[in-house]
Design a protein around this ligand. Sequence first.
Ligand SMILES: [Zn+2]
Length: 265
Amino acid sequence: MRGLSRLQDPAHTGPNRCLPCTAVNGAFLVVVTALVAAASGPWLAVAVLVTGAVLVWRRGYLVPYTPRFAPQLVEALPVPDDWFRNPPQQGSLSDDESVDGGDVLAALGSAGVVRLEGEDVVLEDAFERRWHEEMATLAARSPTALAEAVAAVPSVESVEPVRSDGDHWFVVDGRHDLVPRPILVAELAAVRTLPDAVEPEAVRMAASRVLRQFLDACPVCGTELVPSSTTGCCGSPRYAQETRVCPECEQRVLTIPEPEPESDG
Ligand SMILES: [Zn+2]
């Protein structure tokens, strides 16, 4: 499958697959196959169907510039737009969104985890080194051992490793959003290496989520993260956000939320 893996376009496949693009190309492929079958017989039609399907599978789409027109096309269809929207993926060890981002940053700053450099927030070297060492240790553990380690975190009640499409995921506290293995490794390593001064527990968990934004490479395999295409492709403005995924694990590693619109009141 080496030839196929060279065809792979991580920007439009795996967690980045755009549902409108795939649907539009699938429909296009069926029409072309039918036309070829009528004009030249079944064998050429089968060849066209198989080649087209492989391209859509490995590259995300077949018709050039699909991402520019498929979303508008799908939006015009009289079907609920939920059908074609990539669900917002929020999988994380904690789903507590109530912690204020400013409080998290302040706690990280006073505990010596981050510092301000001009307008930028940067990680302190000592913490960064400890965190990365811990991620490397955890990445070598089996999914079962990882789940056991997560279960030791006070605010987590239950963790269960699951396997889907050959990837490892985790069900945390029975929540519907599965946590991809790279995210689990990054957040667990952060929770275990953050200084005790980062508290209470809710702030600690929120901080471990925020810290993922400092990752350039996948915590599991070390592959450089690539930006996701969903924002410009099919994502509706409601879910516009920047995502980075690991092309090797085909899993999302971090999501940068869209800045909230400035309000006048
Ligand atoms: Zn990876």
